[in-house]
Design a protein around this ligand. Structure first.
Ligand code: AMP
Length: 195
């Protein structure tokens, strides 16, 4: 929705890692040992992906799921300083665990075009074809109860502190991410346009 409205890039490090795994690059296969178990991938690998992406793209962007540790946030600051484009907004989409669990259990990814879909929202059944390209819908290898549990542990141990990190800097906004997608998006639009 952000990409469609503002025509700006919305890079996702998680999506980059899934692509690297599918094409069986060294980095992708190494990172899969972490992602499949729901653990955060080591900072050096993640920062390298972000650095390579920023080196190739000049315009505005919204990173999705990056940074996820203070070390990554500090590295991002340095990369953006070199680029002359300091970070303007940090958004935290706050969602309670039960809602997360429900969303994860309904999430599918199209093997053809990579679109992320929710069963019951975008498609009726897990066996439906992708409405965009007709591709087969698959479950992410880390959308399992065990991996989700580990992702929550890593979130609390390593990512949650970013809330105070960006709050102290005065660029953090928290949004109720448990609302319907169009309401969350309306909040994102309001915050971005008033920043
Ligand atoms: P996501 O698609 O954002 O849910 O990310 C999927 C998985 O990729 C995460 O559970 C992590 O294993 C890994 N990952 C994505 N972004 C990061 C990041 N910034 N730092 C470390 N690991 C990440």
């Amino acid at each position: 929705m952000i990409r469609a409205k503002y025509q700006i890039a919305t890079p996702s490090v998680g999506a980059m890692l899934r692509e690297e795994k599918t094409t069986k690059t060294k980095l992708g296969l190494e990172a899969a040992r972490f992602t499949d178990e729901g653990r955060l991938v080591p900072d050096e690998m993640i920062v390298e992906l972000a650095r390579a992406w920023l080196a190739k793209h000049n315009g505005a962007f919204v990173f999705d799921g990056f940074p996820r540790t203070i070390a990554q946030a500090t590295a991002l600051d340095q990369l953006l300083e070199q680029r002359g484009t300091p970070l303007e907004i940090a958004l935290s989409l706050d969602v309670d665990f039960e809602t997360i669990r429900g969303r994860v259990s309904r999430r599918k990814v199209c093997e053809g075009c990579g679109r992320v879909l929710s069963v019951g929202w975008h498609v009726d059944s897990p066996d439906s074809a992708c409405p965009d390209c007709g591709g087969k819908l698959a479950q992410r290898s880390d959308d399992t109860p065990e991996a989700l549990k580990q992702r929550m542990i890593d979130y609390h141990e390593k990512s949650e502190s970013l809330i105070s990190f960006y709050r102290d800097r005065g660029i953090l906004t928290r949004i109720d991410g448990a609302q319907a997608p169009e309401i969350v998006f309306a909040d994102v639009v309001r915050i971005s346009e008033n920043a």
